[in-house]
Write a protein of this length. Sequence first.
Length: 388
Amino acid sequence: MGPLPTNVPGLPIREYALVCLVTAAVTFLLTGLVRLLAIRVGAVAYPRKRDVHVKPMPRMGGVAMFGGVVAGLWLAHQLPVLRRAFEYTFDIQAVLIAGAVIVLVGALDDRFELDSLTKAAGQTTSAGVLVLLGVQWFAFWLPWGGSENSLGSVLLLSGNQGGLLTVLLVLTMVNAMNFVDGLDGLAAGIGMIAAAATCAFSLGLLVDRGGDVGTYPPALIAATLAGACLGFLPHNFQPARIFMGDSGSMLIGLMLAAASTTASGRLDYVNAGVGAKDAIALLSPLLVVAAVLFVPLLDLLMAVVRRTRAGRSPFAPDKMHLHHRLVEIGHSQRRAVLLIYLWAAVLAFGAVALTLFDAFVVGWGVGLGLLLALLASAIPRLREARRT
């Protein structure tokens, strides 16, 4: 690997869009074949008390999604502009190898229902692959410390610290996406929104840093993930014909963590174009990461607190997730899913907009979006209050 060149001319929007669409098309076509395979090998989800589906459903859709990702990345390697993403770092190769590991573990779980310790071992292994191949956090900005004239300080991480932080982020995101996958189309839609926002943020970095190809990998990872979710969604939106299973939800979590790490974990907050103007600009990478991951992480945190307070394992299943609560107060499955899409989109794209547009205007827009989402979420309760 040589030094990263800069000032690569042009912004390859069309190439990224082509990769995304090809990934979506391949995923869409493969999903039908994987559905037949899942039925044949017995990878079928039978209804349980906490589930909302009422009939057996084939799962293992993550295998089709990973096939689409592989096809999209292969196409990117054939395009002269995007090939640079493969030439100066091992990020894409790391995601492919780690993705293969976690999809294999997820597919085995979809078929045989592995115990939590075995799944955790597989997740940790895939996270370790990312770290060993160079995908890890090296620094992040803190809003305190520094000199009188500075806007905070930069915390530099050692290899061990950055690797540990990356493993924890991967494990958190993988399990968060696994937890949120409870309604038809929910995880696929959130994954698509989060990946699209991460891709937009990465393209903004590409412009700000004068075409530095070090910002190509996160955009490519996010674009292929968005395409995989888009291609799977027609098969999975309510009424679903196949579930993505752990093979899909864990793949989404892994790729989101990898894209976020490669986009934000290596930024030079002192000299990079994203960190020179004001505190909002300096915070923007962390804001994007937090906003993109907010909905699944909030659901994960609430589940852990709820279960530990009840004296149960944090991984013990229940029917109290955010999507379950929306259905319980009177929303249909489709409307609950669309509402969570709205919350995720407002937060994720609002944070990305902070890096591109005037903060005051963006703040008003995000505020109005959140107010709309809150009112839409409360409609059943408001109707009930009017009746009484």
